[in-house]
Design a protein around this ligand. Structure first.
Ligand SMILES: Nc1nc2c(c(=O)[nH]1)N(C=O)[C@@H](CNc1ccc(C(=O)N[C@@H](CCC(=O)O)C(=O)O)cc1)CN2
Ligand SMILES: Nc1ncnc2c1ncn2[C@@H]1O[C@H](COP(=O)(O)OP(=O)(O)OP(=O)(O)O)[C@@H](O)[C@H]1O
Length: 192
């Protein structure tokens, strides 16, 4: 497959593992604060957001904020290799570690939110570039899902320490509309 991406994933994972814990915590909190202050957050009646795990930003405050604001909250449920659905949850207590990576997921019976109904998608990444290109874990989950979420504003959360000036981009890669770090917001499209 793409060895440049595979090599970059290794580099970024090492960088994540070496992040200063205090920086990591403050950056994650800053990103959450900035996202909830973004106009797309207030405007969104439905939010699709990943459940952050070790090495990722802790998105739980964001998930709670969405529920408290009365938004429809959907989180990923992996259906098979590279395939996921947005499933609605009403409480974080519904989430339980599942699958080979132990990412907290909703129960199999959680109702699907059709991707075209989503107003906001919050994206994980190992690294992101200011043009909206993201480097994921390599499963292709978001590359397949995001084209279906055609009405959603897509915001990738990236700690500034993991921002790269340029990342390799393949045809199937869907760029984010915004990349949000703890100290900057990059608007990515427009220029094409
Ligand atoms: N929190 C969170 N949830 C998510 C994602 C994510 O990136 N973060 N996904 C985004 O796609 C989907 C799940 N996809 C994933 C794909 C790979 C790995 C992973 O940990 N892979 C191993 C390497 C596996 C291998 O050896 O092939 C790793 O990176 O250590 C995790 C999630 C949906 N849910
Ligand atoms: N729309 C698609 N249809 C079929 N295969 C795809 C599609 N998008 C990506 N893939 C395949 O999925 C694999 C992983 O893609 P890629 O390296 O871009 O993942 P990623 O962006 O890091 O992961 P993710 O999207 O889960 O965050 C690649 O082998 C790629 O060819």
């Amino acid at each position: 497959m793409d060895s440049a991406k595979a090599a970059l994933r290794r580099v970024m994972k090492a960088r994540i593992a070496a992040l200063d814990a205090a920086y990591d915590k403050a950056a994650g909190e800053g990103i959450v604060r900035r996202l909830t202050a973004h106009p797309a957050w207030a405007a969104a009646d439905s939010v699709f957001c990943y459940v952050g795990r070790r090495g990722e930003i802790d998105t739980r405050p964001l998930l709670r904020a969405a529920l408290e604001a009365g938004k429809t909250l959907a989180v990923p449920l992996c259906m098979g290799p590279g395939m996921m659905q947005a499933r609605a949850v009403r409480s974080l207590e519904e989430l339980a570690p599942a699958g080979p990576y132990g990412i907290p997921e909703p129960p199999a019976g959680a109702p699907e939110v059709p991707p075209q109904r989503l107003a906001l998608c919050v994206l994980p990444c190992l690294a992101a570039a200011p043009d909206g290109t993201r480097l994921g874990y390599g499963g292709g989950y978001y590359d397949r899902f995001l084209p279906l979420a055609c009405n959603a504003v897509k915001i990738a959360l990236c700690r500034a320490a993991l921002l790269e000036p340029v990342l390799p981009r393949e045809c199937h890669d869907v760029r984010a509309d915004f990349v949000l770090t703890e100290d900057a917001l990059y608007a990515c499209k427009g220029g094409g």
